[in-house]
Design a protein. Structure first.
Length: 103
């Protein structure tokens, strides 16, 4: 169960970054709260809150579940696998939504 939590933590941490960064930069950005969800843009404040929620949940999953082992460990590898997978999925999704002519 801990390994699943670390993998999920990577997913949430990667998802939090674009929402938080766009929000604190004052830019509208896609969010699940827009219309249509994930395609429409939400105001910066919504993205900051959504980004923070993802980052906090990722932190809780890393440090609140089991004994997270740092260094070159299965814990870190699983978290990074989740992070990389989500980063690739977000790149694909936001690339299609923000630049439809390039997909």
């Amino acid at each position: 169960m801990e390994y699943l939590a670390y993998f999920a933590a990577g997913l949430f941490l990667a998802n939090g970054i674009p929402h938080f960064v766009n929000g604190v930069s004052g830019r509208k950005f896609q969010s699940p709260f827009a219309s249509p969800p994930g395609v429409g843009e939400s105001p910066p404040m919504v993205n900051v809150i959504w980004g923070l929620a993802n980052l906090i949940l990722g932190y809780i999953l890393v440090f609140g579940v089991g004994e997270f082992e740092t260094g070159l460990s299965l814990d870190v590898l699983l978290m990074m696998a989740g992070f990389c997978i989500m980063a690739l999925v977000l790149t694909w999704h936001f690339g299609r939504v923000r630049n439809p002519s390039e997909s």
